[in-house]
Design a protein around this ligand. Structure first.
Ligand code: HEC
Length: 734
């Protein structure tokens, strides 16, 4: 007290004051004023987690629409396209894509349009309207670029101007065929076959690392992982997911498989541990789906979780989740980097959800499973001729699967007696039971051709809780023998729809003895004309259900298929995913023509279009990965008309969750077209909003000018629902 202060004392106080002032102003602009969502998946580790908590359990009920951005694209009511893009937000600008693959920049606070880039304008590119799940941002000094992929190209666009960066690759684009190998190595010209990338790549330093989406048939290119220089587009490294002679894993295939078979690709995206310099990814099944006669062996590195050195592409470790895949069990989402408390120790881990509803948890450095994985004996009969199914498959001891594993009669729908009867017919006429039954000509019921987990992926919070949405959907797979020298292509639409809706009751096989109860439709065209069959499908009759629930044009396609005469030209297939027709040249290895093909991907729905099994059809799960125990599992999605009858069902869902420090999980994804918020502690739904169209994409959250936003792309267009062209932003009222 009363001690005089020296001048230098006051001067130091002033300095400290200025210093603190600088720190706190940095703080306002960096943390409390703006929080980016700079990556597909939220951060480099793909946690879909945000530390923002302005929107929280107390105030979530007040959320309201802050703005809507209409991409300006017309929505085709007949065949709406879906838009799966999860946008990114950097320094106040939101970047995303439209259904027709334009890239846009808008003001993240107001939704105001800045620019759009149309890859097809002034360009010789031909539209391939595949899904785009996200875009990549990279910057160094003034050089700020966005990278995204359309058709076979990776494009680099200036983030400020929205113009192609011509110095990248060739005229602004890198052809994703680059790095797959030349004719001398593979024996064929890769440029003759299709490649694209529906999920964005990942950045490590000045590299962009890319996966690919490929055909699942005999013309599938190899799914090698490639890294390109983000400035020049030059190829930096290649990892062979189907090993070449002399490489590790080569002996898990028949000799020369790399010349004949493809896929084993990463289509669902990757994550990077920037500090360790490791990229983590999951691969899909090898070609061709459902028949592996030409690839006896475990088939590394198909169906693997892989850790690569991000600098060099060298393999650090791998873990195969399905050996010798006969079920299209691609790894359907990126791995998730998380830290868990395992047996009293903090362990940096990587979690991987699968189409089967498993979650594998690995030590991030070694790939050793933290919860033991057992190799379990599985059925190898009945197998198609030439097929050698692998006798065991890996099953994690913990956590329990979040999707169903076996199918018994008691699992069939009892929604109505008719629906049960309908399901029972197909059940009795098909193989069913164990999930690893090999595919057969008789036809088999399976879960999980569509997951289990799906491309929306999972979220993880800092407490080691893993949040994942799951599907329980049944599929019916029938294998057909191909005549020698025949071509492989998807079945015409009418035939696919017939298999899906009618074949469980009606045969079209001329050799089948007539079934009194269910007429054989082999020559139905001689008994009935087009309009008679159409009106029967409309009305139903006796045990023949009505098919009013399917679209007019689908009914017409089925009838056309039924009355088509032998030798008549098959109706054109309209399908953006249409496979290129494959005709193998005499003696050529590639494209490979398998002796069996599948009858199409047939979801097993009941006669009124609902899943033909007991609910829950869609779930949301919170799993404590410290212990491997469930925190909660709740239904995700609903059907209004079933809910009105007191049925809790959940629904099929595509698009992932986002979790925040506000104690909330946000997700769209399900059939009900709503964005929903859940309490992460209890799984209780605490808020929902009916979007202008379904939100079949993962939402994002960020903060700009001190305000937290939740944004979801409401592109609709799945499950036969209406399409949309809007991104919708929510915030708390002023
Ligand atoms: C649950 C079993 C079931 C399913 C599924 C089913 N039907 Fe039928 N269908 C029947 C039965 C039973 C009849 C005989 C009805 C009667 O006359 O009483 C029938 C009759 C018909 C007939 C008349 C055949 C004739 O010779 O009189 C046609 C055509 C037909 N169905 C087409 C279809 C088509 C196309 C689908 C799929 C969109 C379909 N059905 C799905 C059970 C089924």
């Amino acid at each position: 007290m009363g001690v005089p202060r020296s001048q230098s004392y006051w001067f130091s106080i002033l300095l400290v004051g200025i210093f603190l002032g600088i720190i706190s102003s940095c703080k306002t602009s960096d943390i409390s004023d703006i929080t980016n969502w700079a990556y597909y998946g939220g951060d480099s580790g793909g946690t879909r987690y945000s530390e923002l908590n302005d929107i929280n359990l107390e105030n979530v009920s007040q959320l309201q629409v802050a703005w809507e951005y209409d991409t300006g694209e017309e929505v085709d009511a007949e065949r709406p396209m879906t838009n799966q893009c999860q946008p990114i937000m950097i320094d106040g600008i939101l970047y995303g894509t439209t259904s027709r693959q334009k890239l846009f920049a808008i003001d993240a606070f107001s939704g105001e349009h800045k620019w759009q880039f149309d890859p097809y304008e002034d360009s010789d590119l031909r539209p391939q309207y595949h899904a785009i799940r996200g875009v990549v941002y990279w910057s160094k000094g003034k050089d700020r670029r966005l990278l995204y992929s359309i058709g076979p190209y990776l494009l680099a666009i200036d983030a400020g101007t929205g113009k192609l960066i011509k110095s990248f690759g060739e005229d602004g684009k890198v052809d994703l065929h680059i790095g797959l190998g030349d004719e001398e190595t593979l024996g064929y010209d890769v440029y003759q076959y299709g490649i694209r990338s529906t999920s964005p790549g990942v950045i490590y330093k000045d590299l962009i690392i890319m996966g690919s989406s490929l055909s699942e048939g005999g013309n599938a290119l190899p799914g090698y992982i490639r890294a390109y220089n983000v400035k020049t587009g030059d190829l930096a490294w290649v990892f062979h997911t189907i090993p070449l002679p002399g490489e590790f894993g080569y002996d898990t295939w028949a000799e020369d498989s790399y010349k004949k078979l493809g896929a084993a690709n990463c289509w669902a995206g990757m994550v990077v541990d920037q500090e360790r310099g490791r990229v983590f990814l999951g691969t899909g099944s090898p070609s061709v789906d459902f028949y592996g006669g030409a690839r006896p062996g475990q088939n590394l590195f198909a169906n693997c979780v892989i850790s690569l050195n991000a600098e060099t592409g060298e393999r650090v470790w791998h873990f195969q989740t399905v050996h010798h895949d006969l079920w299209d069990k691609d790894i359907p989402c990126p791995p998730t980097l998380m830290t868990v408390n395992h047996e009293g120790k903090k362990v940096d881990a990587v979690a991987q959800a699968t189409k089967d509803g498993f979650v594998f948890l690995f030590d991030r450095d070694t790939g050793v499973p933290l919860f033991p994985v057992e190799e379990v004996a599985v059925p190898t009969e009945p197998a198609l001729p030439g097929e050698v199914p692998w006798p065991t498959q890996p099953v994690p001891t913990k956590p329990k699967p979040f999707a169903r594993q076996t199918l018994e009669e008691k699992d069939l729908t009892t929604r109505t007696p008719e629906a049960h009867e309908f399901a029972l017919q197909r059940f009795r006429n098909s193989n069913h039971g164990h999930k690893y039954l090999p595919p057969s000509e008789k036809g088999t019921l399976y879960y999980g051709f569509g997951g289990g987990a799906e491309w929306g992926g999972a979220a993880a919070d800092p407490n080691g809780i893993f949040y994942v949405n799951g599907n329980n959907m049944l599929w019916w797979l029938e294998m057909k023998k191909l005549e020698a020298g025949s071509t492989e292509q998807r079945l015409p639409r009418g035939e696919r729809l017939f298999n899906q809706n009618c074949a469980m009751c009606h045969s079209r096989d001329a050799d089948m003895t007539a079934n009194q109860a269910y007429p054989n439709l082999n020559k139905v065209g001689e008994r009935m004309n087009e309009s008679e069959i159409l009106s029967l499908l409309e009305s139903g009759r006796g045990r023949m259900p009505s098919f009013q629930h399917i679209k007019d044009r689908d009914r017409e396609a089925i009838v056309k298929f039924l009355i088509e005469k032998e030798g008549e030209k098959k109706e054109e297939v309209f399908d953006v995913h249409k496979r290129v027709e494959v005709t193998a040249e005499e003696g050529a290895l590639f494209p490979y023509v398998a002796p069996y093909m599948n009858s199409g991907n047939n979801q097993f729905l009941d006669h009124e279009g609902y899943p033909a099994l007991q609910p829950l059809w869609g779930t949301l799960n919170a799993i404590d990965m410290n212990t491997g125990e469930y925190v909660w599992q709740v239904p995700l999605g609903e059907f209004e008309e079933l809910k009105a009858k007191g049925l809790v069902t959940g629904s099929e869902n595509h698009g992932g969750p986002v979790v925040t420090a506000g104690g909330l999980l946000f997700i769209g994804a399900s059939y009900d077209e709503k964005l929903k918020a859940y309490d992460i502690k209890t799984g209780k739904k605490v808020w929902e909003y009916l979007l202008p169209a379904g939100g079949f994409a993962t939402p994002v959250t960020y903060k700009v000018k001190g305000k937290q936003f939740i944004v979801i792309n409401a592109g609709g267009g799945r499950y036969g629902l209406k399409g949309g062209s809007k991104y919708v932003a929510f915030a708390l009222p002023e």
